[in-house]
Design a binder for this molecule. Structure first.
Ligand code: 13P
Ligand code: ZN
Length: 278
């Protein structure tokens, strides 16, 4: 006599709802046109079991880098070439649940990516960032990439030195230094979807949770979907304010370095070294 486990609908899982809401919000804000952007969300096995038979592998997809540090780990991920505007209408076509295989060189599709789809082309960057962030933060769970409009625009008009970029963003909204005291990392322009851009981004992710890809977009990392979304949203708002300030003729006054330090002290955060001139 076999036993059958009744499973709940995956569509009601909290992490599933978060993926649908977040992709919809990124689209609504205009930061993920066409198939732009991708998200990967690390899931615990006990979180998945009520919704999915994790022993049933649909397909295995090879990868061209070593992710063995993540072997056995589960992620819900957006699909390559898929449009965020379509995720809510057809999640099974646009999202997938994967597990990194034991060899660390492939992933197993457990759900989704219907009609032959695969995980985002930025999977190298996502998995390399997950490895890097987990090494410094055991509660890390989410990597998010989007084409945030004003941050992207600033990579054409502003110094790309990360100290300069961080300082400008901190100055544009009082809350910035509190939300990302670690600042923003900037890598050189590199072809997207490659292991090389993944390695360059992950190197930055040792120290920061926000990394800018010049003339392309931004990557964020954090412990929850809200935290990462909020991080990107805050930096993007600062970039928008910067754009408006420039359009209004530039700064006449600003938050001083001493005031930024006072803010950091008041909120018990340590600003990245080498940015404030005190
Ligand atoms: P994917 O559709 O493969 O996720 O790629 C979108 C993107 O933003 C590439 O940087
Ligand atoms: Zn992109």
């Amino acid at each position: 006599m076999g036993t059958t486990m009744t499973r709940n609908s995956l569509y009601n899982a909290p992490f599933f709802q978060e993926m649908m809401d977040t992709t919809a919000n990124l689209y609504r804000l205009g930061w993920d046109e066409r198939n732009g952007g991708n998200i990967s969300y690390l899931l615990r096995e006990d979180e998945l079991i009520p919704y999915l038979d994790v022993h049933h592998v649909l397909r295995t997809v090879p990868m061209s880098f070593d992710a063995s540090a993540l072997s056995g780990k589960y992620f819900i991920v957006t699909g390559s070439g898929k449009y965020f505007k379509n995720v809510k209408r057809d999640p099974a076509e646009n999202l997938g649940i994967i597990r990194i295989a034991n060899d660390g060189n492939s992933y197993e599709i457990l759900w989704g990516f219907e009609n032959g789809g695969v995980a985002t082309s930025e999977l190298p960057t996502h998995l390399m960032n997950h490895m890097q962030r987990l090494a410094v933060d055991k509660n890390h769970r989410v990597i998010m990439h989007c084409h945030a409009t004003h941050l992207l625009a600033m990579t054409f008009t502003h110094s790309l030195k990360e100290e300069d970029f961080t300082k400008t963003l901190w100055e544009m909204c009082t809350e910035c230094i509190v939300v990302f005291p670690d600042g923003i990392g900037v890598i050189p322009w590199i072809i997207p979807g490659t292991n090389e851009i993944g390695e360059a981004t992950a190197e930055k992710m040792k120290d920061v949770r926000l990394v800018l890809w010049p003339h392309h977009g931004v990557f964020g990392a954090g412990q929850s979907m809200d935290e990462v979304f909020g991080l990107i949203e805050t930096a993007e708002k600062a970039a928008q304010v910067y754009t408006v300030v420039c359009a209004q003729g530039g700064k006449k006054q600003t938050i001083t370095d001493q005031q930024l330090q006072d803010l950091a002290d008041a909120f018990h955060v340590v600003p990245r070294e080498g940015i404030l001139n005190l």
